[in-house]
Design a protein around this ligand. Sequence first.
Ligand code: ADP
Ligand code: MG
Length: 616
Amino acid sequence: MTKINILSPLLADMIAAGEVVERPASVIKELAENSLDAGAKKVTIEFKSGGATYIRITDDGCGMSPEDAGIAFMRHATSKLHDEKGLEAIGTMGFRGEALAAISAVSRIELTTREKGAAEGVKVTVQAGDIVDMSPCGCPEGTTITVRDLFYNTPARLKFLKSDRSEAAACTAAALRCALGRPEVSVKCIKDGEDVFFTPGDGRADSAVYSLLGRDIASSMLPCTGSSDGIEVKGFVSSPALSRGNRSMQYFYCNGRFIKSQLLQSAVEQAYRNTLLTGRYPACTLFITLKTSAVDVNVHPAKTEVRFSDEKKVFDTVYQTVKAALEAETQPLELKISESTQRMVSTPRADFFRSMPAKEYRTEYTRPASAPAAVPTPRREPSYAAPRPTARPSMNEPLTRTGFSPDRTEFSIKNVEKTVESVEKIAALNHRVIGECLNTYILVEIGEELLLIDKHAAHERMIFDRLKAQGRQIMSQTLLTPVIIKPTSEDAELLERNEALLSDLGFEIEPYGADAYAIRALPDDMEVTDAKAAVEEICDKLRRGDIVSADSARDELLHTVACKAAIKAGHRHDIRELERIADAVVAGEVRYCPHGRPISVRLTKNELDKFFSRIV
Ligand code: ADP
Ligand code: MG
């Protein structure tokens, strides 16, 4: 008797189902992708509780003939791939012919479909992979698939499902990823009979972002476009002020397919270096388009992983595109969403004081970073304790329009011009420094707005930028009386080992007696009283060893120098000094502190009037 047994097709499909159909959300993904492949303009995704008992997807796509509907549930049945050559140029979401076979092996399915132009449709009932009924039926053009009792015949798998709540969340996320990737398709998602989301399908990526991610996120997104070597990158990235605690708002699409990619993730995050706190992440929806032969999507059955043939080129293009978008940032563009979209999408009323968490306030500035510096920064200045008379920036200087060229954005020329106009209007306004409050915030009135500036954060950024501009060797001041420190032996070793690095940063530190060191010179901006703390913090950073590249090491240490050299919250400062900081902020020269904390918060008259119920 032979020991080897050929598995029945059903058993083989059930095993394969483990790879393709992990949970209800995977059913939604596969079926919605089939609808997109069928050229649908409208897709409705419905599910009940966690999706395991009921999922229904309806589309107005090309539909299937009765013959095709009869074989669609067989393994390797696909209309999308014909030979090996086709594998090099996959233009559809599906191609493996596995999904329907796998899903039908572990559920009860009802399919009704009518091919475009056909007189009537067909209804097919499938149970555990077998067609149990097939009959003609009247139905609209397109396809409806209902999947009931997922995993009813594979109890082991059923046990692995999480609570209805988390399965439902995964279902919504899967539907959202499909919808976000295809702005030209109107997608509706209904859970337990209630609308979860709806996209207008008007082909505008900004409408899709608005409908799916909400108004607060949409209004902080900066458009970005770039390409090189046949790799095209398009989409939106969040303004650094709107960072998030995790990566759940990062969406990457490659040739229209949602993908997970550490490569793209780190390319984006690298572009935010020095603008985000550690542990904070940007949000993005990025569409990468490249030759189908330059990317392999056949890495995993779920097809959410891809392999790029030239990873470095892809990384560089994404990095450069995102970086350019961040540098061109003037003020987060309000996405100009059509009124009908706004009406369709129910977003909570933006109640300024209640709905926005403090750290997600938008920072405000009025001039593109590339605009001429309004306040000439002297190369050498003793310290901010003795400020020079302030050179007021001329607010009438014409604004450069970088960042607004039509091909950089998805927005219509009219909207772009409107935005430029409003930027110019703000720039033409004079601002007035009212004073300081709580020994921490500078109050500035500018047009119809009140600007609150975190003086330490703003000053820290000014110094950080200046230090970076000084290049390798930072200017230092020699102290008349050295500061004597007594580091631990571990820190002493670090100081000795990193002598060259410290000297680049403007520190001169020498052994002084048996176990002490003398700080003989300091970076120019730093007060003597901060020297000891600065050296300790630098040792701390060197000791932790979390600084990887030479460049990031330098940036990290510059953060320390800038932080220690900047004026401190809690102390009162001279009005002229505050004015100089306010000028730089209003001129848009500084936007985030080197850790990515916002530097300023804006309260408009309108918001204040609403708060006091002067207007409703
Ligand atoms: P694949 O998508 O990899 O081709 P599937 O098992 O998901 O494999 O689908 C099998 C075939 O059934 C598809 O190739 C397509 O021809 C047909 N099909 C599935 N869903 C639809 C749909 N919603 N509209 C039209 N045809 C569909
Ligand atoms: Mg498919």
